[in-house]
Design a protein around this ligand. Structure first.
Ligand code: SAH
Ligand code: MG
Length: 217
């Protein structure tokens, strides 16, 4: 018997994803969607760290909608180090003219609204470790795509992985075993290694820089 095809997002959501600002390539996004669809079957919320303008959030939201669960997405919306003015990943369109600071929240809201997915997503605006400390519920998926320094990536893992249910999935973006560029760094790779070495996770899939692990104990 042939294996069942991997679950895929709707064509409308793929189109909205392609049109959205952000950093998730499509083939990695499809792997993220498949992980989200599997994790959503646990009936628990899916959590993303690193909303930015909502590009990857769309895929999580599509999977959550199908399963009747919610997506929680955490970001202070002030941008990572490499997205600040003068740096390689800066986008002047997401600067608030009044404060002069980055503010990706309005663009994120437009992205979700256009795709008709607003009601499936809860935006948590704040610093990831602080939100994690205030969060008490269990999660079906933790998707780590926030800051790329060791300080941020480690805090994301330490803050959120304990909330992941056994059987749930830990997805990590920007995992580069070999140094990729000046900014992406290898902190996500070190977090991935740490999760595996903890003995609590088994690898489910690897799609370029997206790794998906299952919490097994
Ligand atoms: N998932 C997005 C890309 C995220 S970019 C996509 O698919 O396009 C990384 C985001 O993490 C930025 O928006 C930045 O503001 C956020 N971020 C970085 N460090 C953070 C922290 N400590 N707490 C909350 N958000 C953080
Ligand atoms: Mg990323």
């Amino acid at each position: 018997m042939a294996a069942a095809p991997a679950p895929a997002p709707s064509p409308e959501v793929v189109a909205a994803f392609s049109a959205a600002k952000g950093f998730m390539p499509e083939h990695e996004g499809l792997a993220l969607y498949a992980a989200a669809a599997e994790a959503a079957a646990l009936g628990l919320p899916l959590l993303e760290i690193g909303t930015y303008c909502g590009r990857s959030t769309l895929l999580l939201a599509d999977a959550a909608r199908a399963a009747g669960v919610s997506v929680l997405t955490v970001d202070h919306h002030r941008g990572s180090e490499e997205q600040q003015p003068g740096w390689d990943f800066h986008d002047p369109e997401v600067v608030d003219p009044e404060t002069g600071l980055m503010d990706t929240l309005p663009t994120f809201r437009r992205t979700l609204h256009r795709a008709g997915l607003e009601e499936h997503v809860i935006a948590l605006v704040g610093r990831s470790p602080q939100v994690a400390k205030a969060w008490g519920g269990r999660l079906g998926l933790v998707f780590v795509d926030g800051g790329h320094t060791d300080e941020h990536a480690t805090a994301d893992y330490e803050g959120w992985a304990p909330h992941l249910a056994v059987g749930g999935l830990l997805a990590i973006h920007d995992v580069f075993p070999v140094k990729h560029d000046e900014w992406t760094g290898q902190a996500p790779y070190r977090v991935y290694l740490r999760a595996l070495e903890s003995g609590s996770y088994e690898e489910v899939s690897a799609t370029d820089s997206l790794r998906v692990l299952r919490k097994v104990r």
